[in-house]
Each structure stands twice: as structure tokens, then as C-alpha cells.
Design a binder for this molecule. Structure first.
Ligand SMILES: CC(=O)SCCNC(=O)CCNC(=O)[C@H](O)C(C)(C)COP(=O)(O)OP(=O)(O)OC[C@H]1O[C@@H](n2cnc3c(N)ncnc32)[C@H](O)[C@@H]1OP(=O)(O)O
Ligand SMILES: CC(C)C(=O)C(=O)O
Ligand SMILES: [Mg+2]
Length: 514
């Protein structure tokens, strides 16, 4: 039995059957070129009889692709096969894939044909396809619900007629892994000329088992898997190519075969398909989801930082990510926090300074979903100014802002530990807050600059405010960051006042002291 697992990609055919995923000819060519770079063995480019547009798309893919085999789908009908052959004429390697349903319900209710007639159509179609190419695939549609005896009969007949690949589809995603694996093993054992064809599977994901069923079939002897990028496909989709490929590669201890896929092309290809079809990839999707190689929990981050394999069974780089990601959030721990800051060039003088910054980080993480590098820089620069030197500390701030009313702010500032409160009105909530602080501290400073910067995105973004104050020719900057922009402003103002007070004798500032 071959140790090569053939990857047959049907993103452009079954994937396109997802409602809303139709692709233009040029889009199909772009995806086909990406699939060729991925080194898939066979690209099913479309169903040429379906429409003039799909005919042209298959033809354009057949012209553009040189390395992979290009395949067109055809019902067991002369016209379909002739049309597929015509579309595939420019291909370096062409395959015609013909199919007819074999389950009792499909034969009786849909085709309205007797089983003998179905066998006759199948044999005729394979023979006709062989006139055009020696690479012919046959699928007994809805094999997952077909009688094994009938499958043996029709498969023997189509192989004798010249089918070089026989593909067993679980068209409605009904199979269970052990049962599907056993079906493949049974068919391969019972069909007398089984060794004259490659055995393939095509699984749908209605019960979320498409990949599991495909892998069970490979373990039972199948050597071609039909799959799609991102698991796109009719209804709940097909087996996801990236999952099949990486499962086989990662578990070489269990699989007696491997694919020829260049796995580093997986993520670029996934992104291309998502952007062309407009079907986004869910973040927790295996292999290609944004979180597939991201760690937010402290215990996991600590483990990964010590030894990547503690929580990763594949390397992000091997599937085309630039690296794995340590995401800082409310579940993160000190190791990840310190490591990220070190990468940003920020070191702590002492364990105490680290702990203080870490405590502030946890407070922020409770307010924000994700902490970005800019959040950390703002948070640490705030910490550095405050450490050991702060004489003024913002304790409380309440702002009342209403249409048609002058905003009013009430502020409590701890001055060398003694709390003082003042209320003031202003042109806006920030102006009112500054006036209230001024009436407590009476700094006599001149405000040179006020600037607000949204340092992260989203409505829960951190705002960083910078103020520049001048007193007696001395100019200082102050920064404050918070998800509430008025609080960030008050913090920045007090931060600047603290810098002005730094190094001055420690007397309680009174109005006009600073
Ligand atoms: C499991 C799968 O994914 S199969 C592929 C599914 N993909 C598609 O159907 C997309 C492309 N399809 C199409 O564009 C159209 O359905 C066409 C062009 C193929 C056919 O269109 P129409 O001629 O209008 O037929 P319609 O779609 O209404 O019905 C399908 C006909 O094909 C017959 N048929 C279905 N499968 C097969 C088959 N494998 N071999 C032969 N005949 C078949 C049906 O019995 C029905 O025949 P009837 O019209 O005599 O009752
Ligand atoms: C055409 C066949 C292989 C198919 O897509 C299916 O049965 O799901
Ligand atoms: Mg299908």
C-alpha cells in the first residue's frame, strides 16, 4: 500500500457550493495558484456543465495550473462528461470526476432509477470519460447510506470500466468514524479488482465528524482525501484540508502515510480563501484560527516560555504563522508580563517595581479584553513616575456633563496623604476637572499642551493623555492612561504636577505652593 496520501482539494467545487461562496473566474484562478503553491495533488476546479461561467473558470484554472492535476465534476451523463473534457483540454494533467448516487433513497426518490440502471449509467460514464483522459474518478454519491453489497457491485464494475480512483463520499455527513473506517476496509477487501484503483474518501461535516471520518478511512487504507480549505463546503462543509494534513503529519506514529503538502502555505491559503469568499475563519478554528497558537493563561504562558512543547503539539511557523503568540490579558501571569516588557526594552529595578506594575496591569486587564504593547508602555511609564515620588494622588473624580448645562467636576486629591476635595465648572468635563484640581493645588502652572491619544482600538480602548506644564521656566510632561478619557486627563495633570514637585522640600502644598 502506498505511503503517499493524495490531497484532493475541492474548495473551488464543493467549497463553492456553500451558499454565498460563489467565486468569479479570476478569483478561482488566484485560489488555484495558491493551492498549487500548497502542493495539493488534485484541484477540483468546478462543475463545467453548471454554467458558462463555471466552464470558463475550470478552463482558466486548467490553463494556469501546471503542477497539480486539474479536475472537473460531471454527472453520469454524456453531455456533462463532454463538457468537462472540453473545459479541461488546456490542463497539463486532467481528471474527470463522474458520480451517481447509490443509496436506496437517492436512487428511488431522486434519480428514479433501478439499481441496475444506476450501474449501467456509471459504467457508461466512466468509459466515456476514459476516451478523454486516463485519469478518471468515480463516486457513488451518498455511499455513507448505501448498501455495502451494492457498493461492491458498482465499484467493481466502474474499476473494470477504467476508473482509476474510486471515491467513497459520506455525502450527508451521517457516518461515524469506526463505522466509516470499517466500511472502507470492507470495500477494499471485498471488491475483487480493488488494487487497480486508488481509494478515496469525501466526508461532510453535518455531525462535525468530517475530519475524524476521513482519518479513520486513511487508517483503514484510503490513500486520497477530498477536502477544502477552512472546511468550506455544502451545508456544514467538508473535511478541512489543514486539519487532515496536520493530523497525519503530527501523528506519524499512527499513520503509515504522509502528504506532499508544503504546510507553510496553509495559513496564507486560508487567508486568501477567507478574503475571497467573505467567510471569516473563527478564532478557535484548528490550525488556521487566530487563537490556534495563542496563549493567554498565565500557567500556559509560563509553560510555553519554559518549553514550547508543554502546550503546543505543532509549530506555528510550520503552518505559515510568523510565530506563536503570548497574549496578555486578565489570566496572564508575571512570567509572561516580565517577558513581554523585556522584549519592549523595559526592565524593572526590583521585584517590588515589577509587582506594582503587575498589579496595575491586572486592574487594566479587568477593564480591557486584550492588552497591547502600547497599553503596557503607558502603564509602565505611569508606574515609573509614581514610584516613591508621588506627593499628589488622584483619589476620586466625578464629572457631570449634560446637554445645555456647564459641566461640573468634583475631585479629591491626596496631598502628601491628606485628602482634599473641590468642585469646579468648566468648558468641558476635562476643563472642569483641571479647574477643580487647580483649586486644591493652586499650582500657578501654565498649561502648554494637552493631547489625547487612543492607544488601542475598540470602544474599550485605552486613552493616553499627555499634558505639558510650565512653572518658573521649568517644563514638564505628564501622562495618564485610562479607559475613561476624563480620568486619564486628571491623572496626566496630577502626574505633571508630581514631576514639578519632585526634588522640592516635602511640605504640604497650599494654594500657590507648587
Ligand atoms: C453531492 C454533490 O455535491 S453533487 C454536485 C452538486 N452540485 C450542483 O448541483 C451544482 C451544479 N448544478 C447545476 O448547475 C444544475 O443542477 C445542473 C446544471 C447540473 C442540472 O440542472 P437541471 O438540468 O436544471 O436539473 P436539476 O438540477 O433541476 O435536477 C438534477 C437532474 O440531474 C439528475 N441527476 C442528479 N445527479 C445525477 C447524476 N450523478 N447522474 C445523472 N443524473 C443525475 C437528477 O435526477 C435530475 O434529473 P431530472 O431533471 O431528470 O429529474
Ligand atoms: C460529488 C460528490 C463526490 C460529492 O460532493 C458528495 O457526495 O458530497
Ligand atoms: Mg460533497
Amino acid at each position: 500500500m502506498s505511503d503517499r496520501l493524495i490531497i484532493f482539494d475541492t474548495t473551488l467545487r464543493d467549497g463553492e457550493q456553500s451558499p454565498g461562496a460563489s467565486m468569479t473566474r479570476d478569483e478561482k484562478v488566484r485560489i488555484a495558484k495558491a493551492l498549487e503553491r500548497l502542493r495539493v495533488d488534485v484541484i477540483e476546479a468546478g462543475f463545467p456543465i453548471a454554467s458558462p461561467g463555471d466552464f470558463e473558470a475550470v478552463q482558466a484554472v486548467a490553463e494556469a495550473v501546471r503542477e497539480s492535476t486539474v479536475c472537473g465534476l460531471a454527472r453520469a451523463k454524456d453531455a456533462d462528461i463532454d463538457r468537462a473534457a472540453e473545459a479541461l483540454r488546456p490542463a497539463a494533467r486532467a481528471r474527470i470526476h463522474t458520480f451517481i448516487a447509490t443509496s436506496p433513497i437517492h436512487m428511488r426518490e431522486k434519480l428514479r432509477l433501478e439499481p441496475d440502471e444506476v450501474v449501467a449509467h456509471a459504467v457508461r460514464a466512466v468509459r466515456r470519460a476514459r476516451r478523454y483522459t486516463d485519469d478518471v474518478e468515480f463516486s457513488p454519491e451518498d455511499a455513507g447510506r448505501s448498501e455495502p453489497d451494492f457498493l461492491c457491485r458498482i465499484l467493481e464494475a466502474v474499476i473494470a470500466a477504467g476508473a482509476t480512483t474510486v471515491n467513497i463520499p459520506d455525502t450527508v455527513g451521517y457516518a461515524l468514524p469506526d463505522q466509516f473506517g470499517a466500511l472502507i476496509a470492507e470495500l477494499m477487501a471485498r471488491v475483487p479488482n480493488a488494487d487497480k484503483a486508488v481509494w478515496s474518501v469525501h466526508c461532510h461535516n453535518d455531525l462535525g465528524l468530517a475530519v475524524a471520518n476521513s482519518l479513520a478511512a486513511v487508517l483503514a487504507g484510503a490513500r486520497q482525501v477530498e477536502c477544502t480549505i477552512n472546511g468550506l463546503g455544502e451545508r456544514a462543509g467538508n473535511a478541512a484540508l489543514e486539519e487532515v494534513v496536520m493530523a497525519v503529519r503530527t501523528r506519524q506514529d499512527r499513520f503509515p502515510c504522509d502528504t506532499g503538502i508544503d504546510t507553510r502555505q496553509i495559513v496564507p491559503c486560508s487567508r486568501l480563501v477567507a478574503s475571497i469568499t467573505g467567510f471569516p475563519v473563527q478564532p478557535n478554528k484548528a490550525v488556521v484560527g487566530a487563537n490556534a497558537f495563542a496563549h493567554e493563561s498565565g500557567i500556559h504562558q509560563d509553560g510555553v516560555l519554559k518549553k514550547r512543547e508543554t502546550y503546543e503539539i505543532m509549530r506555528a511557523e510550520d503552518v505559515g504563522w510568523s510565530a506563536n503568540r503570548i497574549v496578555l490579558g486578565k489570566h496572564s501571569g508575571r512570567n509572561a508580563f516580565r517577558t513581554r516588557l523585556r522584549e519592549l526594552g523595559i526592565e524593572f529595578d526590583s521585584e517590588e517595581a515589577l509587582n506594582e506594575a503587575f498589579a496595575r496591569f491586572k486592574e487594566l486587564a479587568d477593564k480591557k479584553h486584550e492588552i497591547y504593547d502600547e497599553d503596557l508602555q503607558a502603564l509602565v511609564s505611569e508606574t515609573a513616575v509614581v514610584t516613591g515620588q508621588e506627593r499628589l494622588r488622584l483619589v476620586y473624580l466625578r464629572v457631570c456633563s449634560e446637554t445645555g448645562e456647564t459641566p461640573e467636576a468634583t475631585v479629591t486629591v491626596a496631598v502628601d496623604g491628606e485628602e482634599r476635595t473641590a468642585t469646579a465648572r468648566g468648558d468641558g468635563p476635562v476643563d472642569a476637572s483641571f479647574r477643580a484640581i487647580e483649586s486644591i493645588v493652586a499650582s500657578g502652572t501654565e498649561l502648554l499642551l494637552y493631547s489625547v491619544n487612543s492607544i488601542t482600538t475598540g470602544t474599550d480602548a485605552q486613552g493616553e493623555v499627555t499634558v505639558r506644564l510650565r512653572k518658573n521656566g521649568r517644563v514638564v510632561n505628564g501622562q495618564g492612561a485610562d479607559t475613561d478619557i476624563v480620568i486619564a486627563s486628571a491623572k496626566s495633570y496630577i502626574n505633571a504636577l508630581n514631576r514639578i514637585l519632585q526634588g522640592e522640600p516635602k511640605t504640604h502644598p497650599q494654594a500657590g505652593d507648587v
